[in-house]
Design a protein around this ligand. Structure first.
Ligand code: GLU
Length: 457
């Protein structure tokens, strides 16, 4: 390893960080989402680097922004009519300094190397922040599961895993779900892995069915975790979720369980969405209908009106941010909440915004929230509950035990509280009191960077 000599101390932290960023732009010129994720981290850690030049001297950032490796592969599959289709599969093994590579798989037409790198990079920081021994990874394919039959999904998963099976393992790289990859897909993927390796290696995948090594509470963990994090944010303000008006974008796994926990803690959740539009009911959404439509029947959210004609359906999912609320939870996808949406939320009196999805707010939107004193919970912290419970699933698989839902939920609550406290403390240490973006990035970065320096990797 070449350790760069930055001894000419005229090199200021700012110009050093700019050079790191410029290198990323040059090396991956079209990867705009990856640029955004890197920039956000670099901006956050600037005050820390000024006080700890050792991170500059050891070239840890040059190493951190480059994935350890990325695997891409062909995924051919047959549709129900016998036609051949080919998708591109990915797995980016971003950083293994503190544990085996860990992160979900996303099946969505937008998947490309930029999306993979941004997700793998932010996963590295998020996983470190959980306090668990898990490195960062991400994978997926530019496959659109929408409208595919169950058999088509199964054939796709089997073809995808026929290749990926050679690169993962319980102590090497442990995938899980993400957008387009839920319990059904994980079952097919895990089944195919077992056929390739001919052994029952439960810890190679998380998010499995509870009958074959899955953890109780993993399905709920990301959504519940986001609400546990919001509860900490509210506590800081001397407040609670009781009677708060909440809007949640999306209607997938994260959104549904965020809605469930928010309602349980006394909130009135008035809107959620899918990629076509949003539903709004000022008296509160009926969660069992949303669960049936989205988890059981794979329907569009507009179908909600069939059972609930009193609700309103509006086409265009980004318009959801125009609804007045106390708490806004973007839980759908990257860059779904821009500066204009942030302005609308602020004008309507929002007090808390927390990211259930990965990087759902643009940098301009985040800056506006921070400027206007809106309490903001960044994804690395607010949605870390999912991967944290994945690490608990790995622990159960290693020990060949199964914990109860209550045990896992208690641990999740404790982890989210610790993440909140560690992020707040890290922000305070650098005179950035209350800035959870900086705090989460600094705390996560510090753990990974220290491990990389200690191991000389
Ligand atoms: N896809 C989830 C995330 O973004 C979960 C990853 C996992 O459990 O490995 O954190």
């Amino acid at each position: 390893m070449v350790i760069k000599n930055h001894s000419n101390l005229q090199t200021t932290t700012a110009s050093y960080l700019q050079s790191i960023y410029t290198d990323v732009l040059q090396r991956s010129p079209h990867e705009v989402e990856f640029h955004q994720a890197v920039k956000s981290l670099l901006d956050s850690i600037a005050p820390m680097l000024s006080q700890h030049p050792n991170y500059i001297k050891t070239g840890v950032l040059e190493r951190l922004v480059e994935p350890e490796r990325m695997i891409t592969f062909r995924v051919p599959w047959l549709d129900d009519q016998g036609n051949v289709h080919v998708n591109r599969g990915f797995r980016v093994q971003f950083n293994s300094a503190i544990g085996p590579y860990k992160g979900g798989l996303r099946f969505h037409p937008s998947v490309n190397s930029s999306i993979m790198n941004f997700l793998g990079f932010t996963q590295t920081i998020k996983n470190a922040l959980t306090g668990q021994a898990i490195g960062g990874a991400k994978g997926g394919a530019d496959f659109d599961p929408k409208g595919k039959s169950d058999l088509e999904i199964m054939r796709f998963c089997q073809s995808y895993m026929a290749e990926l099976a050679h690169y993962i393992g319980a102590d090497l790289d442990i995938p899980a779900g993400d957008i387009g990859v839920g319990a059904r897909e994980i079952g097919y993927l895990f089944g195919q892995y077992r056929r390739v390796h001919r052994q029952f290696e439960a810890g190679v995948f998380t998010g499995k069915g509870v009958d074959f090594g899955g953890s109780h509470g993993r399905t709920e963990a990301t959504g519940y975790g986001t609400i546990y994090f919001v509860r900490q944010m509210l506590k800081q303000l001397g407040d609670s979720l009781n009677h708060k008006t909440v809007i949640v974008s999306g209607s997938g796994n994260v959104s549904i369980f965020a809605i469930e926990k928010a309602i349980e803690l006394g909130a009135n959740v008035v809107a959620c969405s899918d990629s076509d539009g949003y539903i709004y009911d000022k008296n509160g959404l009926h969660l069992p209908t949303i669960k049936r439509l989205k988890l059981d029947e794979d329907q569009r959210i507009c179908e909600y009106l069939t059972d609930h004609p009193e609700a309103i359906y509006v086409e265009g999912c980004d318009r959801i941010w125009g609804i007045p609320c106390d708490i806004a939870l973007p839980c759908a996808t990257q860059n779904e909440l821009d500066e204009y949406a942030a302005e609308q939320l602020i004008d309507n009196g929002v007090t808390i915004v927390a990211e259930g999805a990965n990087m759902p707010c643009t940098q301009e939107a985040i800056n506006l929230f921070l400027d206007k004193g809106v309490s903001f919970g960044p994804a690395q912290a607010a949605n870390a509950g999912g991967v944290a419970v994945s690490a608990l699933e790995m622990a159960q698989n290693s020990a060949r035990v199964a914990w109860s839902f209550e045990q896992v939920d208690q641990m999740l609550q404790k982890i989210m509280k610790t993440i909140y406290e560690n992020s707040m403390r890290a922000a305070k240490d650098y005179d950035l009191d209350g800035n959870l973006v900086a705090g989460a990035n600094i705390a996560g970065f510090k753990r990974v960077a220290d491990a990389m320096v200690a191991q000389g990797i």
